[in-house]
Design a protein around this ligand. Structure first.
Ligand code: AMP
Length: 221
């Protein structure tokens, strides 16, 4: 079963996804993490997408759809029973339509679509203070979720970074991209399947209990 975590940048998709992985055994597939790994590894794809990502715009649909097709096929072959969370995909209606086809080919159901709703003001506060581990991708916040040792990941000891696209001007671009390109995807899911919209400006623990409820409810017909 595949579940979707949706929301503007900074809504907490990564944090909630990590909590579901750590506490409930979900498998998370974050397209942003995969793309950042390409950049860190300086692959051909990484070199092509680096400036687009730093600007806060979206990478091409074709590339994302191919990437998600490959990752979902691999996961499905390795562990067909796993509960998979997609974090950051789909972000356009074209990607949402392609995902329908991918799921059909894998004979895999779409579970809950969770939209984490936050204000622009909260997004800016969260992202300006967010720090991310260069190695394992774990998220921190200088104020709300600081690392035990400043600038160092608690889990793997690697350096924490402030992402280029988490600087204020880029955040505003990303919010604009979300509004124009990703909001229509929410309308797509509002009319299809188990769609749950929840306020996500509270603490990560409060949001997490709402996320668990939403996943639980979707199990009932
Ligand atoms: P995220 O870590 O999910 O905030 O994604 C960071 C950046 O990666 C986005 O601003 C886009 O440039 C790119 N990206 C991630 N997922 C997608 C997607 N599904 N479609 C297009 N670009 C994406």
């Amino acid at each position: 079963m595949i579940h979707l975590l949706m929301g503007a940048p900074g809504a907490g998709k990564g944090t909630q996804g990590d909590m579901l992985v750590e506490r409930c055994g979900f498998v998370k597939l974050s397209t942003g993490d995969i793309l950042r790994k390409h950049i860190a590894d300086k692959t051909d794809i990484g070199k092509k997408i680096e400036s687009v990502m730093a600007s806060g715009s979206l990478v091409s649909d074709d590339l994302l759809i191919d990437m998600v097709r490959a990752e979902l096929s691999r996961l499905h072959a390795e562990a067909p029973e796993s509960e998979v969370l997609l974090d950051g995909f789909p972000r356009t209606v074209e990607q949402a339509v392609a995902l329908e086809g991918l799921l059909k080919n894998l004979d895999c159901g779409l579970g809950t679509v969770i939209f984490l709703d936050v204000s622009d003001e909260d997004v800016i506060k969260r992202l300006c203070g967010r720090r991310v581990c260069r190695q394992c991708g774990k998220n921190y916040h200088v104020e709300y979720l600081p690392a035990a040792k400043d600038g160092i990941c608690d889990d793997c000891g690697s350096e924490l970074m402030h992402r280029d696209d988490d600087k204020e001007a880029r955040i505003k671009n990303r919010l604009g991209v979300f509004r124009t390109q990703t909001s229509p995807v929410l309308d797509f899911y509002r009319e299809n399947g188990h769609y749950v919209e929840m306020p996500a400006s509270g603490s990560s623990e409060d949001v997490f209990s709402g996320v668990l409820d939403a996943l639980e409810q979707s199990k009932s017909p």
